[in-house]
Design a protein around this ligand. Sequence first.
Ligand code: SAH
Length: 252
Amino acid sequence: MSSNTESGAAPLDHVRIVLVGTTHPGNIGATARAMKVMGLSALHLVAPARFPSAEATARAAGADDILARARVHADLEDALVGVRTVYGTTARERHIDWPAQSPREAAAAIAADGEEVAIVFGRERSGLTNQELDRCQRAIHIPTSATFRSLNLAQAVQICAYELRLAHVAAAPATPAPREGRDPPAAAAELEGLRAHTLAVMEAVGYYDPAQPKLLERRLQRLFNRAGLLHSESQILRGFLAAIAQRVSRGD
Ligand code: SAH
């Protein structure tokens, strides 16, 4: 089972990472690791200098299954067969006549895309050629210091993969939806009751003076609205308030 399915949203299996002309096998291994921790699995290598290699396997640190399944291609065109949208990554901003996106912007669109997407990374020394960049519909530039723009290849992959992970998780519900009918969100009337009850108890214990309400009433309302309380949680607070009120009225 893919690790992508754990959050229940669409998996990232439609995203392939393409490394072009990688010189150092260590960068291929580090890329596999960067991908695996973020739930990516499709690695495509275009004319790597050395692959497979023991150095790549060592740097993969347990992500060797990604290396074992990596596809090696003679040229970029071959690596892009079946891909609909191609993103090219670049440390440079020149030679691009459309604005480069940040990894965050691109990841939101990619995670939501139902079709095959490729993110292409260039050579350690020279990046992607203009011809290769022209093959990309969109460009991704990782914002850096203006005086030193070039990241290590695998670290650039890591940043993009992390953003994809965040975008993927954001698309999934953070908490499981309450089962309909059993524990629904607290209704507006319940929240109003909770607010009034809280104020009454605050008054009874001498914390709140209705003659000088200030902002307390509105702030409480905002707090309860923002908290996203479930029916059961609002009941707990009401029970707690009732217990306090009982003690106070008995003069304990
Ligand atoms: N001197 C090269 C740098 C290559 S770094 C150049 O000018 O392009 C190797 C690869 O890492 C790049 O081709 C790109 O895929 C990625 N990379 C490095 N820094 C990046 C950045 N700031 N934004 C996006 N990708 C970057």
